[in-house]
Design a binder for this molecule. Structure first.
Ligand SMILES: Nc1ncnc2c1ncn2[C@@H]1O[C@H](COP(=O)(O)OP(=O)(O)O)[C@@H](O)[C@H]1O
Ligand SMILES: [Mg+2]
Length: 140
């Protein structure tokens, strides 16, 4: 079976005023369909860097990344949520659709259904400030 994600000899160097730092060196792994994997290691070993490269937030310095499908949908939940404090919970959830010009009534209803699924129905019109950390992560 073909992996849905294949990482080969991934490398990442960061550069700043003080010089170069190798954050990821020669990481290779395959992820198969329906497989859950955890990347475990001490703080600063490069875990977030790998995820940032996979989601195109950082450029890799070497190696290859191959997705099994041409149009692969990738979700990345960051350690810290990035909710906009000036938007309600519902409006935070709609922002992706807004940016992609896909905010139809049907899509909005789907988002509201998802908010209900995650037990956030009563908080739809509240602001991120009034939610707990776990609730904010669920919104994210
Ligand atoms: N944007 C950045 N610029 C420079 N160095 C960075 C940057 N992000 C992470 N690093 C460094 O890369 C290394 C790996 O960081 P990171 O991927 O965040 O580790 P982890 O998620 O495993 O704790 C650390 O030494 C960190 O200081
Ligand atoms: Mg991290």
């Amino acid at each position: 079976m073909k992996p849905i994600l294949k990482i080969d000899h991934l490398k990442k160097n960061y550069h700043d005023m003080t010089g170069e730092l190798t954050a990821v060196e020669d990481v290779s792994l395959n992820v198969m369909d329906k497989e859950f994997i955890a990347i475990v290691g001490p703080s600063g070993c490069g875990k977030s860097t790998i995820l940032s490269i996979l989601s195109n937030l950082e450029e890799k310095s070497g190696g290859t990344i191959t997705f099994g499908k041409e149009h692969c949908k990738l979700g990345y939940m960051l350690q810290k949520d990035s909710l906009f404090p000036w938007r309600t919970i519902l409006d935070n959830c709609l922002i992706g659709l807004e940016i992609n010009h896909e905010l139809t009534e049907e899509n909005k209803e789907r988002v509201i259904r998802l908010l209900k699924t995650y037990g956030l129905e009563d908080f739809m019109y509240k602001y991120p400030d009034s939610l707990s950390g776990g609730m904010r992560q669920r919104v994210g």
